[in-house]
Design a protein around this ligand. Sequence first.
Ligand code: NAP
Length: 284
Amino acid sequence: MVAQLIDGKAIAGRQRALLAGEVVAFANAMGRPPGIAVIRAGEDPASKIYVASKKRTAESLGLNSWEHALPEHTTQAELLSLIAGLNAQEAVDGILVQLPLPKHLDTHSVLRAVLPQKDVDGFHPMNAGSLFQGKPTLVPCTPLGVMKMLEEIGYKVEGKRAVVIGRSNIVGRPMAALLLNASASVVLCHSKSDVRAETLRADIVVSAVGVAGLLRGDWIREGAVVVDVGMNRGEGGKLCGDVVFEEVFQKAAWLTPVPGGVGPMTIAMLMHNTVQAAKSRCKL
Ligand code: NAP
């Protein structure tokens, strides 16, 4: 068997086209488009690229977007005061704090300061808790994008064995919750797990680790669905995932490539969350 590729770029394009229609409908009803404010602190080069790309996508969909670039030495109080101001602004439907923050800032309390209704990253404990209680509100973008991809290929998650590798709050944990909410039987692996023993039994494997070459062909079952969230720099600085592509390609039924898999879905889902936050705030 060779795998069919799940084309994240194409799926994200279709999601954006659907959203563009929702943006027009919102603007007609409210006299303004939905708006997202993105906060970046410090000079992390990757963060600059991500924020620019989020802003570009938002603008291409007709959303309002504002970037707040703060210096590296920004204090916790300054950052919290900016967030409080954005929480109170009517035209701001979504607030995103680009991570990682400079080390002297307390990420947890910064994320808690964002109004849950505007938390388009879905990282506020209130939104995370709702997801884990099976009542999702705003859901973290990357795992939400993975669920959309499974939906698009017509894969029925219910009753399947799913293994998620990685337990971060950004990807692994919410991914496990979404799969569980969709009635998969879920195993959540991490650095202390016997990962291969679990993946060999899995119908679905989602790898969100950040280690190139982690998931090999002889770690998965014939016909599994494999989603590679990892973003690593391989030989010659080339972007690659956690999966040994050539090996897993020979055994999986479906596989996401890197690049062109999960990555494009993440930004599309951020836009989706912004529009949903706007509609729900305005009771549309
Ligand atoms: P993270 O916070 O560093 O978490 C990594 C997780 O992997 C941890 O839970 C860690 O376990 C686990 N782990 C590390 N080595 C392992 C091993 N050998 N076997 C099993 N588990 C292991 O990373 P993250 O933020 O979730 O991101 C994970 C990857 O996804 C990164 O490559 C990141 O760049 C990528 N990513 C991609 C997108 C996208 O849009 N495509 C979005 C977000 C993240 P412990 O908890 O035990 O330490």
